[in-house]
Design a protein around this ligand. Sequence first.
Ligand SMILES: [Zn+2]
Length: 300
Amino acid sequence: MLERYFVCSDIHDDVEALAQFADYAQAQDADRLLVLGDFSLRPYTSNDLAQLKKTENVPEFIQAKRKHTQNILGEMKDLLENTEIPYSVIPGNYDSNHDIEVVFGDHNLHKKDTKFGEALVYGHGGANAFPHHIGLLVQLREIEILDNQELFDSLERIRPDIALTHTPPHLLCDDQYDGQNMGTPAITQHIVNCAPRLILSGHIHEAGPLGNNPNEAHGIRAFQKPSVDEDITFVLNPGNLGRFEGVHPHTLDPIQKFDYGTFLRVDVMDDGIPTKVIMYSLQTTDRTIGEVKTLAEHSL
Ligand SMILES: [Zn+2]
């Protein structure tokens, strides 16, 4: 049995982009939908922030933030539920696991293992990089922070065939626009030790299918130890589906706009071995949500 997974990440509040992804996946007979974190871009409003500065009432701010975020997450959940396709999610570094758990319940795979067919699957969200307006939420413990040692220990203990992580492995689809590699060595070391079949991660938008990085990472990397009969690990990064913007720390106005709109399909055998990847884009030149176009196809 071959399953078609449709995989996206880094939605960043863009409900319309997620709707197009869900529609397309449904039309293509997807067997499973996976969302790899960063649902939010602005987890609270500029009004909430102004109120906090005025009153210094932290519990009130957290309550307002949770309400605002959970409303948007609820719209996203409805889109995923309406497809009637099995789906799983993990939090990113713009999300709190509390909000994700409240809204998505058992669909949240953060620090949980499960099975897709015969394949053992482990999910682990969060990251260690935070823009200014998210730093506030980190201080208030309303953001999922990645503990590299905990991630490594969990991977080594569970030994999944497939891992869903927000942060990519160091050196594998983690290439920033300036060529720096921002991934976690925790996953890379586990790949060297145990050769899982497939790692799906997002977070570094520029290492997705559009490949806006000098290292020519385009959403797919493979790792194999230099002896003939070792298993290959494929690492896939779907890029950012949503219309991502840099956010002014005080006004929350957009200060810089980036490419967006990518996601992928990966066909996976029952034991977790991927056989084919197709990469898509719905980006347009006028920053609307366009028709889905195929960017690339790879047999693995
Ligand atoms: Zn992101």
